[in-house]
Write a protein that binds this ligand. Structure first.
Ligand SMILES: Cc1cc2nc3c(=O)[nH]c(=O)nc-3n(C[C@H](O)[C@H](O)[C@H](O)COP(=O)(O)O)c2cc1C
Length: 184
């Protein structure tokens, strides 16, 4: 088994991280992995905000929960609260991937998110892709948060990736071979 396939097979969504921060070198490698992602017509329509400031990550998590409350999404609050007190599971790094509203490609953002997840795995780190973080940018503090995260003008968050040293080691998800057709 080569190392790339090993990283793909070993990756899990990590929902509890150790406090230990990432090194500058790890963060730089993750940033390069993000920028190396393919995109349709090579438009690279993204911006990546790499956030390590704990208080800011906590504030973004609070803002997301505030939106869930305002929208009456108690099921989401219950599900997330049962997992961890914070939407980002205590990760020391969260990457926010944004796109221009008028040129939004969820496919490009998703591919970049997976590049980050596999790169993190290859560095001995864990990750969790977190779509629910979009809720943080739908409330009263949205403009302030977008400014603090340096989102370019007219950009909105598409997906985020929490990265750090895993504090848990979950099993792989179920696989369904019947979902593949081999046409020979
Ligand atoms: C687009 C996308 C959005 C996701 N959003 C969240 C999320 O907001 N919170 C979370 O805990 N996990 C989230 N996940 C992780 C999935 O729940 C996880 O990938 C799935 O359960 C399979 O488990 P695995 O990643 O360990 O293989 C997301 C995954 C994807 C691909």
């Amino acid at each position: 088994m080569n190392e790339t396939l090993q990283a793909i097979f070993d990756r899990r969504s990590i929902r509890d991280f150790q406090q230990e921060p990432l090194s500058g070198e790890q963060i730089q490698l993750l940033a390069r992995a993000a920028l190396a992602s393919p995109s349709g017509m090579n438009l690279q329509p993204w911006h990546f905000s790499f956030v390590t400031r704990k208080s800011l990550i906590g504030k973004i998590s609070d803002a997301a929960f505030e939106t869930f409350r305002r929208k009456g999404q108690q099921d989401i609050i219950d599900r997330m609260s049962a997992r961890h007190e914070q939407l980002f599971y205590g990760a020391p790094l969260v990457v926010f991937i944004t796109m221009n509203k008028d040129n939004r490609s969820e496919i490009d953002a998703g591919i970049a998110a997976e590049n980050l997840a596999i790169a993190a795995q290859s560095l001995g780190l864990g990750s969790c892709i977190i779509g629910l973080a979009a809720a943080a940018f739908q409330g009263d503090s949205a403009d302030e948060l977008k400014k603090r995260l340096e989102f370019p003008r007219c950009h909105e968050m598409v997906i985020s990736v929490a990265i750090g040293h895993p504090a848990v080691h979950p099993d792989p998800h179920d696989m369904h071979p019947e979902k593949i057709s081999f046409i020979g």
